[in-house]
Ligand binder design. Sequence first.
Ligand code: 13P
Length: 255
Amino acid sequence: MRTIVAGNWKMHTDASGSRALVEHLHEVVPRGASNVEVVVAPPFPFLAQVAEQTRGTRIKVAAQNCHAAEQGAFTGEVSAGMLASIGATYCLVGHSERRQYFGETDALVAKKIMTLLKHGIIPIYCCGENLTERESDRHFDVVADQMKGALGELDSVSLERVVIAYEPVWAIGTGLTASAAQAQDMHAHIRSMLRTHGDVVAATVPILYGGSCKPDNAAAIFSCPDVNGGLIGGAALVAEQFAELIRIAERVKHP
Ligand code: 13P
């Protein structure tokens, strides 16, 4: 099982800032053999530039979104084929900010995932409950419904190529983070859903945690047996913090 530390830059940086951030990452991200994959997801205008800057290094590039269609009259949108052509390896889909502010549904996300897989891009499927759902003890059902809605139509060979990120909405950008027990319980729940598609799927699909993940709380979360790294927001914009999260993930030994 591979571990991934991925940085979602969201709508931050500009051309020179993103270039400088990658240069800084090249200085501080540990080199050498590692079981941890490093991914950055810059905004669209800087994706090709960052792909160029990271070519041949251990840093891989992710898009933050894509359109479900192959191509067409969709002004302002970006296709999976375009992402593949500039060397993107991953694409985030289903992020709670896309659900909340852009009305994205799991049915739409399911289509995006199909298109991405067709173009050889690995979807990082984000799921997670909001505070009301957590407080009313519906979080396991909510995440199960999201998983079924977005991934339910995939056969097991396709599912093996997906990465899942559990991001409780109440922990995103709030400074509140899930406890290690809360993270592990949900990741185990997700893992058991994956197991219904076979042991290979359950043993292959990394499940990342996201939500106010910082160097001072990451060790506890990354050590959970079903947590395979993190999807990092704020701390991914600070090269030293992101590098420290990678080092923490490298130190963690899963049983
Ligand atoms: P923060 O780490 O800033 O809470 O963001 C998490 C996130 O949404 C990553 O996709």
